[in-house]
Design a protein around this ligand. Structure first.
Ligand SMILES: C[S@@+](CC[C@H](N)C(=O)[O-])C[C@H]1O[C@@H](n2cnc3c(N)ncnc32)[C@H](O)[C@@H]1O
Length: 477
């Protein structure tokens, strides 16, 4: 009898250690996967076919994270980087060296992988990914950071993993020429006024960020300057946000100096947005996304539609003419005010909007509106909590169209819906973010038979306690 040859266990690499290894494939989120000594390492800055020298930044028992320090031999499939800032590839376009066909193939694969591996859902029908119209200059919103290099003010992006440095930018290839021009003008003004950048180490200095949004269909460019609280001449921007203290966020009290609202057109709808309202960052592909959501919703003119996580109402409003009634729910009150204005401005009279948290607002919404026939749900990257999915299930809608910007959070939500009696009928990725690993997709769930309520452990405990109490009362009567 021949003994099986023992295989050596993988050797764990510790934080700060460097290694050399080939990149085998790409993980969800865009990092390359290497296996030095059999140990799995997710490597930022490495693409399949590259051999890299990398430094470990985080070490766990089963895997590590690392950043590529040097590409020792590049993959023969690498394309030359076109979006470079000070000689470094743009950190916002980390897949630019991959051909667009391979980017699309990885995104399709990552959606399928998340649903089968995380959601444990078999036999999912994944329709082919919808490729983007524009592979560059598609972003309608960019957030730049101010910094200093050798005492000189710069305005650009943080290099990967270096939050306290800023790469100067002349031309961001992901955004339009018009918004690049606006950025350079604000930088020239700040230099001419002799203003300095906020320093995240000692929390001194004035200029923090510049947020630029663009109405792609209206040509409007809106600029918002984010600064510390300080006195300086009136800036040449539309909005000015002043932040006290060491916050890294760009949200804060905002004064209006020019145009308050951003105006945009989606399909035949005129839309306005407040600066703190969410809007899809790729306007052209948002239409494709919403068109696909409408196709999956399959409205016939009579249905009651709930548009959950509705932002400024674009999904519900673009479907309102095919629905009986639309009810939008969203947590940001300004976005709800925008949605109401957008309905009115477009002559849509069958849409109502409610400012509420989805967690607590869904039961009151059902009480007010009655149960929906169809739901569209479009949460942030974190997806839905198990509790919110239970609230969704309580709606007993015959169809749910889930618009997801993160397949790894869609997957457990999908599994929970399936457990409650829904079928995952089809899924289709839509590429809203070329040159990046970000993935958007639309999933259609159909109720098969009756809803099966699945309780959480705390709900079960509460029910059992109530039942015991009722039984004791009956016994005492
Ligand atoms: C991905 S965006 C989608 C917005 C809109 N459907 C669109 O296409 O423009 C997610 C939205 O959910 C909102 N949101 C986040 N958490 C929420 C919550 N707990 N309850 C309700 N809305 C929430 C955000 O403010 C944001 O507008």
């Amino acid at each position: 009898m021949s003994a099986t040859k023992p295989t050596n266990p993988p050797v764990r690499l510790r934080r700060g250690e460097t290694f050399e290894a080939p990149i085998e494939t790409l993980a969800y989120g865009g990092r390359g996967i290497a296996r030095p000594g059999g140990y799995v390492v997710f490597v930022g800055g490495g693409l399949p076919g590259d051999t890299v020298r990398a430094e470990v930044t985080k070490s766990k028992k089963g895997y590590a994270e690392a950043n590529a320090l040097e590409i020792l031999s590049p993959s023969p499939d690498r394309l030359p980087d076109v979006d470079l800032h000070q000689g470094e590839p743009c950190p916002g376009a980390s897949w630019q060296a991959l051909s667009y066909e391979r980017q699309l193939a990885f995104k399709e694969e990552h959606v399928a992988d998340a649903l089968t591996r995380i959601g444990r859902i078999e036999g999912v029908n994944i329709d082919p990914i919808v490729g983007a119209d524009e592979q560059w200059r598609y972003r309608n919103k960019v957030e730049y950071s101010f910094g200093e290099q050798d005492g000189e003010l710069v305005l650009g992006f943080h290099p990967r993993g270096r939050w306290d440095e800023v790469l100067d930018i002349e031309d961001c290839h992901l955004s339009s020429e018009a918004t690049n021009k606006a950025r350079n003008e604000v930088l020239a003004w700040a230099k001419s006024e002799g203003l300095n950048a906020y320093d995240p180490h000692d929390h001194r200095g004035i200029l923090r960020n510049l947020v630029i949004r663009e109405g792609r269909r209206t040509g409007q460019v809106q600029t918002r300057l984010v600064t510390s609280k300080a006195n300086f001449p009136r800036p040449p921007v539309d909005l000015h946000t002043m932040i006290e203290g060491p916050s890294g966020s760009t949200s804060g009290p905002t004064g209006v100096l020019g145009e308050e609202f951003l105006r945009e057109r989606i399909f035949d709808l005129d839309i306005i947005l407040s600066h703190d309202a969410f809007f899809q960052t790729n306007t052209e592909m948002a239409e494709k996304l919403y068109g696909l959501a409408a196709e999956y919703a399959g409205l016939t003119g009579t249905e009651k539609l709930f548009d959950l996580y509705c932002g400024v109402g674009t999904i519900g409003l673009s479907m309102a003419r095919q629905a009986g009634q639309v009810w939008g729910l969203e947590i940001v009150p300004e976005a709800i005010e925008n949605a109401k204005r957008n309905a009115k401005a477009n002559g849509i009279t069958n849409a109502r909007f409610v400012a509420a948290n989805a967690r607590t607002g869904m039961r009151p919404l059902i009480e007010e509106a009655g149960r929906p026939d169809v739901i569209t749900v479009d949460p942030p990257r974190a997806g839905l909590s198990a509790k919110i999915v239970r609230r969704l299930i309580e709606c007993e809608a015959k169809r749910i169209v889930y618009i997801s910007c993160n397949p790894t959070t869609l997957a457990p939500n999908a599994a929970q819906l399936i457990e409650a009696g829904y079928r995952l009928t089809r899924v289709r990725p839509v590429d809203m973010f070329p040159q990046t690993p970000h993935i958007e997709c639309v999933a259609q769930f159909d109720l098969v038979g009756e809803v099966k309520y699945v309780e959480s452990p705390s709900e079960r405990k509460r029910r059992e306690r109530d039942e015991r109490r009722e039984a004791a009362q009956e016994a005492g009567e």
